[in-house]
Design a binder for this molecule. Structure first.
Ligand code: ADP
Ligand code: ADP
Length: 227
């Protein structure tokens, strides 16, 4: 069953910038989809439309069987991890992770259970009372992921989540993300510039250029027959 479908999706920014053009993709449950392509090719725009942070100019977006073009971001069964982490500096790690659930009026004991469980998966239990500024880059990245994990969404969106980390930590977090993906068994959509991330994490890679899909294939096939 498709977990996400984009059908003839366009994004035309104010007037005349066509950032995404006739984008068609069916994503099955538990796929790890990678968007790659040069800067400005429409990767982030596509991700933001899926999250509901950007309107779709034309076409349809389905989550499962539900048309979600007009569904608010918080009511989509989706959670997004941002490149710059987007943590609230005045809140503790615990409250950062709990925030989205409180917004959705989840009972406190359930929030607590989820935050503690996510923190355990991510190895950040000992930092729950800290503020983001007292964390390293890798730890902040884990909190950002934790905030998405507690939502238990149908689809995870990750927009270049590791690009602010140094090479060593990036490699470590890549392995971590792979483990989290295996463990959660959920659909991931992941934007990256990094070839190694694309090849090692992706079950399918979507190659974009100038807002258009150039190729969609497994890492193995793209590797054997590079474009
Ligand atoms: P990528 O993530 O692949 O780098 P983006 O989706 O950010 O690409 O951008 C795709 C195109 O849309 C680019 O030409 C970019 O300049 C343009 N664009 C992105 N955001 C906006 C915006 N808010 N207003 C107008 N044009 C935008
Ligand atoms: P609020 O008044 O902000 O709504 P809540 O009663 O929802 O607060 O509860 C969560 C508060 O309890 C948070 O401020 C959090 O710091 C703290 N808290 C509860 N359990 C834990 C825990 N296991 N580890 C760390 N902090 C916890």
């Amino acid at each position: 069953m498709a977990s996400l479908s984009l059908r003839n999706v366009y994004k035309i920014y104010d007037g005349n910038v066509t950032a995404v053009k006739d984008f068609n993709l069916e994503i099955a449950d538990k796929e790890f989809i990678i968007f790659v392509g040069p800067s400005g090719c429409g990767k982030s725009t596509t991700l933001r439309m899926i999250a509901g942070l950007e309107d779709i100019s034309k076409g349809e977006l389905y989550i499962g069987d539900t048309l979600v073009n007009d569904v608010a971001p918080k009511d989509r069964d989706i959670a997004m991890v941002f490149q710059n982490y987007a943590l609230y500096p005045h809140m503790t790690v615990y409250d950062n992770m709990a925030f989205g659930l409180k917004l959705r009026k989840m009972p406190k004991d359930e929030i607590h259970r989820r935050v503690v469980e996510a923190a355990r998966i991510l190895g950040i239990e000992q930092f729950l009372e800290r503020k983001p500024k007292a964390l390293s880059g890798g730890q902040r990245q884990r909190v950002a992921m934790g905030r998405a994990i507690v939502r238990d969404p149908r689809v995870f969106l990750l927009d270049e989540p590791l690009s602010n980390l140094d090479a060593k930590l990036r490699a470590q977090m890549r392995t971590e993300i792979s483990k989290i993906y295996q463990r959660l068994g959920t659909t991931f959509i992941y934007v990256t510039h990094d070839q190694t991330e694309a090849m090692t994490l992706g079950t399918r890679i979507v190659v974009m250029k100038d807002g258009v899909i150039q190729q969609v294939d497994t890492p193995q096939n793209l590797y054997d027959y590079p474009c």
